[in-house]
Design a protein around this ligand. Structure first.
Ligand SMILES: [Ca+2]
Ligand SMILES: [Ca+2]
Ligand SMILES: [Ca+2]
Length: 306
């Protein structure tokens, strides 16, 4: 009887594992560069991985929901002074001395996230594959001195960057979400430099991308939405220049308490609605405000009315 139950239990377990198709991740570390790639036997599968900084400053890499980690020493990989790798168990590896974080999770519905203590890093490169898959990126509590670059490719993807400080005074953050219905959320991100959000790859006008930038600071913000009936919400954003290229389709823009020296909106074709609540008003009355009226934009409560 007991044996039977055991067999039954094992069968369920393996069925669940098979249904999820969790792919494993190959972890490599070379001279401060952490690489997270699809494991050789799991190309195109669903990898879920999390990177967090521990209280002692070391970096913990964890496979989530069935993803296991393989530590791979490649030809030429070297550990420098203060750099080490410790394999804890099948889904946990702890490293010291990380400088750059590189994740390339390929095809399949993948998840990459950061959590834990504020993580000090130079460059962050997150590539979730180009195919028609559904990827999620959730970066939190990152302090980056270099460029943070996120690319999610085709399919319906979501990207969130929150509670982070980006110190590079040139290009601080770039997000490319490819085609599909994508959402990008920037929340409490403070940048010394510029931010580019590009959801402009679209197969058809039904692809409604959403971009939110809330309670954040940066130099220049460029948002390219491409075709589709897209939506942008900006609230409590302090910046030099905001450039929103909404492309074709019926787009909706809400700008609330956005303080920019120049706010430039290019609506493309289609019937767009631009709702302006106290944007460029109050703090800097000389700030410029440009709306491309050739694209059937309706502007409510604009600067001249205030
Ligand atoms: Ca993917
Ligand atoms: Ca994958
Ligand atoms: Ca996409």
């Amino acid at each position: 009887m007991i044996t039977k139950n055991r067999k039954f239990g094992k069968g369920i377990e393996s069925l669940e594992a098979k249904t999820m198709m969790a792919g494993d991740v190959a972890v490599s570390f070379d001279a401060g560069d952490l690489f997270l790639n699809e494991a050789a036997g799991d190309i195109g599968e669903n990898q879920q991985v999390q990177v967090s900084q521990l209280t002692d400053g070391r970096i913990q890499v964890q496979g989530l929901n069935g993803t296991e980690l393989d530590y791979v020493v490649r030809r030429g990989d070297a550990l420098g002074r203060g750099q080490s790798v410790e394999v804890i168990d099948a889904d946990t590896i702890i490293i010291s001395g990380m400088q750059n974080l590189n994740a390339n999770l390929g095809e399949g519905n993948d998840l990459f996230q950061t959590t834990g203590e504020k993580m000090s890093v130079n460059n962050v490169n997150i590539d979730m594959g180009i195919g028609n898959d559904s990827d999620r990126v959730n970066l939190q509590r990152v302090v980056a001195s270099g460029l943070v670059s996120i690319s999610t490719g085709g399919g319906n993807d979501s990207v969130q960057v929150a509670s982070s400080t980006l110190l590079n005074d040139d290009d601080a953050l770039e997000v490319f979400t490819g085609d599909g219905l994508d959402s990008v959320n920037i929340f409490r991100v403070f940048c010394e430099g510029d931010v580019l959000i590009d959801t402009s790859d679209n197969n058809n006008l039904n692809e409604r991308d959403t971009v939110n930038v809330i309670v954040s600071e940066m130099d220049d913000l460029e948002i390219n939405l491409g075709g589709g009936n897209d939506q942008v919400d900006l609230a409590f954003v302090d910046l030099d220049t905001a450039e929103v290229n909404a492309g074709d389709g019926d787009d909706d823009v809400h700008a609330a308490a956005v303080d920019a020296f120049l706010f430039d909106y290019n609506g493309g074709s289609g019937f767009d609605e631009f709702f302006n609540y106290r944007t460029n008003y109050g703090y800097n009355p000389d700030n410029d405000f440009q709306i491309d009226w050739f694209s059937s934009v309706e502007q409510f409560n604009d600067k001249d009315d205030l």
